[in-house]
Write a protein that binds this ligand. Sequence first.
Ligand code: 3PG
Length: 308
Amino acid sequence: MAKRVLVATEKPFASQAVVEIKRICEEKGYELILNEKYTEQSDLVNAVKNVDALIVRSDKVTSEVIENADDLKIVVRAGAGYDNLDCDAASKKNIVCMNTPGQNSNAVAELAFGMMLYMARGKFNGKSGTELKGKTIGIHAYGNVGLNVARIAKGFDMKVIAFDPYVDKAVMEADGVEPVDSVEKLYNISDYVSVHIPSIPATQKFIDLRLISIMKPGAVIINTARKEVICEDSMIKILSNREDLKYASDIAPARAEEMVNKFGDRVYFTPKKMGAQTLEANINSGVAAINQIIAYFEKGDTTFKVNK
Ligand code: 3PG
């Protein structure tokens, strides 16, 4: 019997990405089931019942989803951050979890610049703004998105610095990026800080008073990572005390409305997470996901496995 692959995306892929996933499934003899734009978590819980493989985006693959998935062998998060997968629950049932690193990172990096320009130009309010050229951009975490941000920043003639204790300094230097020794220094000397740390237990509210309060006059934080890595209380406190700082985030913080009311043009939040929302990123990550599933079933390939 053909293996069943469910694509469950509350925020759907571009239709061409789905056409491509479907084509690959048909070619390789897999059955594709689509559950796009679902609105209730119970829809996902019910949809996984009899499938062998699951492709998701930021959809929440909770322990309840896993418990209900009697035939599931592999879940692929089409994207980078897999904080939406309950990997422990999956491991207990010997279900492999994977992500598709790098496939959507250019899209996220481009959005970071869209947000930087938007903030630099006063949200296009007609008044005089500032330029990115000559400014210092501090990249917080030098992974796939971070290195794309560095590449684009050089095109804008920005000075590029980065902090990442897990990346060899020589790697950054080879890209023309100046590594800094501490996260405090990064926040202290950057005009723009671009946040790319993952949301894991150790990074919850990591960007707090100690970092935001030491930012340069007029600095801007651009967060295209996860809202959880920012301490919202600290952010609100500092934006209240320092009228020079700005904050833009791809996905609204929990207290977005309050922040917009209080800080107006100094804050900006996308209505839905937009970083990876491009045709190219959807095709890249969707196709990588289905290919990884096929490689797992046919060759036992676990290259992109993220759980134990
Ligand atoms: C990621 O971690 O890959 C990005 O945040 C993209 O998330 P999305 O697929 O929900 O847009």
